[in-house]
Design a protein around this ligand. Structure first.
Ligand SMILES: [Zn+2]
Length: 390
């Protein structure tokens, strides 16, 4: 009996233990193999990068500033800061903010990472993975699950636990559609990949659909629950429609939270992933101040270009250990390496960069974007919609 309770105690303790970083180890060999599929030259420089823990073309000194060509300040992270990071797809969080996540944890702060989609709409990658000309909805769903696992592993490498991660499960390659064409729950978006019309996850309210109003409410509720000091989101000027739209959705949710005085984050930071030659060249910096939401520079489509023009750029210089953590996090996104390893490598710099938005920018950008799409009043739900269903 005594032994039985001892075993029971050991069993319970094991169950309660946080899940360790372990599962599918991606070895450097595997990584290099993937790299050489793309280019043998890249494989060599990647090997060097993996040895040095940073981009091979950059000087080894940790004080090297890869963003010296653009005026910027330093981002300092006060101890105990609570930071919520929105990532459109699994991997954007590591690409853009792996250093920030580690820095917050080093200062005994708290991080919540929110994945807007599972990245399950990457047709090319699914085709490569399935090795079959005919791919089905099931293949896309499986691919999304795989990417979720990789994301948890990546966050674990940075010191987070699975419970610090939230998957909203909205449609990959459809976030801009939710804003532009499927705002209301009456006509939800149907993913051409998974064929879902709503997120599939446990405990989800019945009325949550693939609609703009549902995504906005879900984002609002995760921010409210976490009560962050800082909110980090994709820059609305990013060229990738999911990124630009995800950024707008977060700003829209923040606008409501600010006006209800529910949550008052002191800092709102954006990050770029897909924008010209960012972060390796300097062309992006010449264009960013005249660019509107979704990368538009054309005057008639330059939504919120003026509002976002004077972004205050801040960098977070990283220690060699933090760069190493970022490298491990990127490697955890194993399903992406074959297509994106060179892209990932470009972000393995000794600093991360963020745009710091003012309160006016937070409030104005979603309003201007809504006006551009002649959106129905974005704070009003059609009768009988969200929040009123049983
Ligand atoms: Zn992305």
């Amino acid at each position: 009996m005594k032994y039985a309770s001892l075993f029971f105690l050991i069993f319970i303790t094991a169950m309660l233990r946080p899940v360790p970083c372990s599962p599918e180890e991606v070895t450097i060999g595997q990584y290099l193999q993937n790299m050489s599929v793309l280019s043998p030259v890249a494989a060599n420089s990647t090997k060097e990068m993996l040895q040095q823990g940073q981009h091979p073309n950059l000087p080894a000194e940790s004080k090297f500033d890869p963003f010296s060509y653009i005026p910027h300040g330093r981002l300092s992270v006060p101890p105990g800061t609570r930071v919520i990071i929105f990532s459109p797809h699994p991997d954007d969080e590591s690409i853009a903010a792996a250093g920030l996540i580690q820095r917050v944890l080093e200062g005994e702060g708290k991080v919540r990472v929110v994945f807007v989609t599972n990245g399950d709409g990457y047709t090319y990658a699914v085709r490569l993975r399935v090795k079959n000309a005919r791919i089905s909805a099931k293949d896309f769903i499986e691919y999304g699950k795989k990417r979720q696992e990789e994301a948890v592993q990546a966050m674990c490498e940075l010191g987070l636990q699975p419970e610090d991660v939230t998957f909203l499960g909205f449609p990959d390659a459809g976030i801009d559609d939710l804003w532009e064409s499927n705002w209301s729950n009456v006509q939800p978006f149907i993913s051409p990949h998974t064929l879902f019309d709503r997120p599939h996850r446990k405990g989800l309210k019945r009325w949550v659909k693939y609609s703009g109003v549902s995504l906005r409410d879900e984002i609002e509720s995760v921010i409210k629950d976490f009560s962050p000091d800082w909110v980090v989101l994709p820059d609305p000027r990013d060229y990738h429609p999911d990124h630009a739209a995800a950024g707008i959705f977060v700003l829209d949710a923040l606008e409501t939270l600010y006006s209800n005085e529910d949550v008052l984050p002191s800092k709102v930071l954006t990050y770029l992933v897909h924008y010209k030659d960012y972060p390796q060249g300097d062309d992006w910096s010449k264009e960013i101040s005249s660019t509107g939401v979704g990368g538009y520079t054309n005057v008639s489509s330059n939504v919120s270009g003026k509002t976002l023009a004077d972004t205050n750029w801040l960098t977070l210089p990283m220690s060699p250990e933090e760069v190493e953590g970022k490298r491990r996090a990127l490697l955890s996104h194993a399903s992406q390496l074959q297509m994106l390893s060179i892209f990932f490598r470009n972000f393995l710099l000794p600093s991360e960069m963020f745009g710091s938005l003012s309160l006016t920018q937070v409030i104005t950008v979603p309003q201007e974007y809504a006006a551009f799409y002649k959106h129905p009043a974005i704070d009003e739900e059609p009768a009988g919609m969200v929040g009123k269903s049983p």
